[in-house]
Design a protein around this ligand. Sequence first.
Ligand code: PMP
Length: 338
Amino acid sequence: MDYYNNILETIGNTPMVKLNKITSDVPALVLAKVESFNPGNSIKDRMALKMVEDAEKSGLLKPGGTIIECTSGNTGMGIALAAVVKGYKCIFTSSDKQSKEKFDILRAMGAEVIVCPTNVTPDDPRSYYSVAEKLSKEIPNSFWANQYDNHSNTVAHYESTGPEIWEQTEGKITHLVVGVGTGGTISGTGKYLKEKNPNIKIWGVDTYGSVFKKYHETGEFDEKEIYPYITEGIGEDILPKNVDFGVIDYFEKVSDKDAAVLARRLAKEEGLFMGYSAGSAIGGVLQLKDKLTKDDVVVVILHDHGSRYVGKIYNDDWMRDRGFLESDFTIADLIRRK
Ligand code: PMP
């Protein structure tokens, strides 16, 4: 008989799919690592399981305990899967800019979700970081996973995502393009790949309104870079410990509009129904196409599934309200026309 002992055993080993139309004027071979194939529909299942397992091993998480996390949904989904199988309770804090669908999904998995305001500073007592920290101090037998600073996040990608990409490309990968939020994906995957071949370029994708690119290029934490943005899952107003800036060669910023337009094109042109940040990652590849040659093999990570964004980027009214439908031009189109 061919079966898994539980749903957690199905995490990882996601497919790599060649992009054909959307990258038609990129000279390189572009391969998408389609992370929506994970059971929680996102790459974050990998690190969620690793954080839970490592906390069990170190004694931070004990039988019957409560896992607390600040999450925009995907990490919560992964933790909830682990909690259901292993018998823990979950409380998640999230920000009110996230898709309502994400909260409903977490509640369907038995988790409690506390929605906090988005536009407050991280140290404000109402922020989703502060609320998670407070709960972890107040609730007995609780464990705050803290994906931003918990190194198990990076290690999960060093141990699984990196080796998978190396094997799937038979060591031929030349560039990795990844959206950066906590930094776990790019830092763990990038570190593994650079150890295999230091010539591999690791490109991070950032949003306008986030501090990463400027900090990477100048070493300056510039508060002027911080303003509200709509893209979900990438960009930060803090520097998480999981971002290993030394592994990253270059950051490219992709706008909210371009990411939304490109996610919609991924569905229509490639049959890949993916999340908002997948559009950002594709935008990164298209905006940087002049740095690529026909001999390059680019792997772009698509973090999550489109179902969580049906009320947003896949809704024409939502797009129109933000002026995102008015023209199909993206920065990548303008570069193409140059
Ligand atoms: N895209 C989505 C949809 C995400 O949920 C996340 C996680 N915040 C990312 C990209 C970025 O991944 P990481 O946190 O590993 O940098």
